[in-house]
Structures are given as C-alpha cells and as structure tokens.
Design a protein around this ligand. Structure first.
Ligand SMILES: *Cc1c(COP(=O)(O)O)cnc(C)c1O
Length: 230
C-alpha cells in the first residue's frame, strides 16, 4: 500500500515538474511519518525514501534510535527552546525556526556539540493566527539576526499554507514565499543560502511545485490518514 502510494506521489511530482518545465531532481519528497509506526517507515525506506518528517522532538529522537542512520530526519513542527538540546545533532534540518530566541538556543547547542545546524525560517505567509512562523515583513530582519549566530546555517524558507478545498487557492501563498526567498537571496547576506523552499503537503504539493517548491512534505498521501485518537 505504501509502495503504491509512493508510486502515485512520485508520478504526480514528475508530472508537476514536467508541466512546470522543471527537472524532477530539483524536488525532494519528505515522507511525513508523524504518528506512524517504524514498520511503515521501514516500508518507505525499502522503496528508497531517505527523507522523513516528524513534528515532535520525542517522536523524532525515538525513531532516530530505532531506524537506519542514513535517514535524514526533518523536524517540521514547532520547536520549544527547552527541547532544542534533544534534537540538535539528530535532525538533518529544522524547518520551523521562527524566532531569534529559538535560533539562539540552537546556536548554543550547536557550539556545544560542535555541529552546524541547517535551518529554514518558517514564514506565516497566509497570516493565519493559528499558525507559527514569522510574518513576511519581519522575515529579512530575522534572517539577518540569525545569520550572525555561529553554528547555524540558514538554507531557505518554509511555510505551512492554509487548508483549502481547491489547491490552486494556495498558489498566491507559494508564489509569495518564492518571491520573498528571491528578494532575500539577492541581498547576499553572509551565511545565508536561499536554496530551499519547503512548501506543499498532500493536498497541494503539485501547486507548490509549480510555484517553485524544492521540498514537499507529504504525510497522508504516503502513509494514509493519521489517527490521533490512539
Ligand atoms: C503533518 C504535516 C505535513 C503533512 O501533512 P499531510 O497533509 O498529511 O501531507 C506537512 N507539513 C507539516 C508542517 C506537518 O505538520
């Protein structure tokens, strides 16, 4: 089942790239495995998937211990400052940095462990009150402040788009994030890359690819619906 799902998703990614005139090697599929057991991750791993997304620190570190070491674990959920120490050195990239305070905690831990932590800045493009992320207008300031910290490398931007009935409705959100990354990229800020655009989920990844996503985070379409009642 996961095998078939992956085939479908990869096909859709390929078609979306073709339609956008993009090379499919420019889009990384992150299989979002939150709430799912290690057995399901092993199934996806057997199909060649190496990038997995988790939104909770505890779950990420548990799975990190139990699964092959060549997996790249992406932390895509909100990160509390007091949990930073558990995830630095284990997460391949943290997608959800949205404050200087959090970045300072990551920097401190990175120095302690002598690692460089790759991060994305989470932008609340849709300006939803319920969502984490820095506003579009505050993003450049935050990027500049974080870029000055040791042990941290800004790789790009991330957004969680609103849930919409028709995926195309999120075109404007994705377009805006891409434009913001281009604008900031042009400033040539030291220690800042704007190579990664993490946007698009099961509902809207094809639209996101059309608008330039380099990393799509797909859970439901790979592993099926999540059950939060257990
Ligand atoms: C859960 C989650 C996803 C995956 O959502 P699906 O709709 O299941 O594909 C992507 N990004 C973030 C930040 C998430 O928390």
């Amino acid at each position: 089942m996961i095998k078939d799902n992956l085939e479908t998703v990869k096909n859709n990614i390929r078609k979306a790239c073709e339609a956008a005139g993009r090379d499919e090697s420019g889009v990384c599929l992150i299989a979002v495995s939150k709430t799912k057991p290690v057995e399901m991750i092993e199934e996806a791993y057997a199909e060649g998937i190496r990038d997995f997304g988790e939104n909770k620190v505890q779950e990420l570190t548990d799975k990190y211990e139990r699964l092959p070491s060549d997996i790249r674990w992406h932390l895509i959920g909100h990160l509390q400052t007091n949990k930073v120490k558990y995830v630095v050195g284990k997460a391949y990239m943290i997608h959800s940095v949205d404050s200087l305070k959090l970045a300072e905690a990551i920097s401190k831990e990175a120095i302690k462990k002598d690692v460089i932590v790759k991060v994305l800045i989470e932008v609340n493009v849709g300006q939803e009150e319920s969502k984490f992320g820095v506003s579009v207008s505050d993003t450049e300031r935050l990027v500049r402040d974080i870029a000055a910290l040791p042990g941290i490398k800004i790789m790009g931007l991330m957004t969680v788009a609103p849930y919409v009935a028709v995926p195309e409705e999120n075109s404007a959100v994705f377009h805006k994030l891409r434009q913001l990354s281009i604008d900031i990229g042009r400033k040539n800020i030291d220690n800042v890359l704007m190579d990664i655009l993490s946007m698009g989920m099961s509902n809207d990844y094809e639209t996101a690819i059309r608008e330039g996503a380099t990393h799509v985070r797909i859970g439901t379409s790979v592993f099926g619906e999540r059950d939060y009642s257990v």
